[in-house]
Design a protein around this ligand. Structure first.
Ligand code: SAM
Length: 233
């Protein structure tokens, strides 16, 4: 793990995950751009979403990913998240079969059940990656995919910007952020038994600049990444 503190150029007050997302929940969906995660998922060659029977969405938040999966024909989606207020929004969408308050590293979901495990924009909140990859492996059936979307470590380091939100009073508040290099992901995934089958990076492009004009100086920098892992049969 690379310590975020050495890159922090913002100095925002930092709060833990439950506190942060519990306060961000009301504006979360207006703040998170689909280019960050959905845009990457849409361009993946695999998995074949329509053939997925059961999916586990780890760190499901307000249910953006679950709703997108439903739109792709995935009907049996279960979700877990640490923040009750985020789960309440996910519940209101009706996109999930089961939702529970749990840690992604110890989800409480049934072993060997899911042919898709997905974790989107969650890993930067974990101090180390191994337990997430191991839990995804536990949940997966042979042949399953594990799709992980990450806030790109390069972007966190180059901008010195943690995951953060703006409170009702206008204060920028950071949520505990850790930096995981892409090689940390590769080591954790291979270490858990996964095989990497696809990886894509999203860069700051015209689509991004249309919504974040102040990011012009980051044009071309990678801002998010998606890794697709397969559990060998
Ligand atoms: C940036 S949001 C992403 C939510 C959703 N996946 C999406 O793409 O919109 C991060 C979510 O991860 C959850 N989270 C962070 N650390 C967690 C952990 N250790 N266990 C469970 N949920 C966690 C937070 O509560 C929050 O809802």
């Amino acid at each position: 793990m690379t310590n975020f503190a050495g890159f922090d150029s913002r100095g925002y007050r930092m709060v833990d995950v439950r506190t942060g997302y519990g306060r961000w929940v009301d504006t979360y969906e207006q703040t998170v751009e689909d280019a960050m995660d959905i845009g990457l998922l849409e361009n993946l060659a695999e998995p074949s979403w329509a053939t997925v029977h059961r999916a586990a969405d780890l760190g499901c938040g307000t249910g953006r990913t679950g709703s997108w999966l439903r739109s792709r024909g995935v009907n049996g989606v279960d979700g877990v998240d640490l923040t009750p207020q985020m789960l309440a929004v996910a519940r209101s969408k009706g996109a999930y079969e089961h939702l529970s308050e749990a840690d992604v590293r110890e989800s409480g979901l049934a072993s060997g059940t899911y042919d898709l495990v997905i974790a989107s924009l969650v890993d930067e909140h974990l101090p180390v990656l191994g337990p997430l990859y191991t839990e995804a492996w536990r949940l997966a059936v042979p042949g399953a995919s594990f799709v992980l979307v990450a806030f790109h470590p390069h972007f966190i380091m180059a901008t010195g910007m943690p995951t953060h939100f703006t409170s009702g009073s206008g204060e920028h508040v950071a949520i505990t952020t850790h930096v995981h290099l892409i090689s940390d992901h590769v080591a954790a995934g291979l270490g858990a038994g996964w095989r990497l089958v696809e990886m894509r990076e999203g860069v700051v492009d015209e689509r991004w600049l249309a919504v974040k004009p102040t990011w012009e100086r980051f044009r071309g920098h990678p801002v998010s990444a998606v890794l697709v892992w397969r559990r060998p049969d």
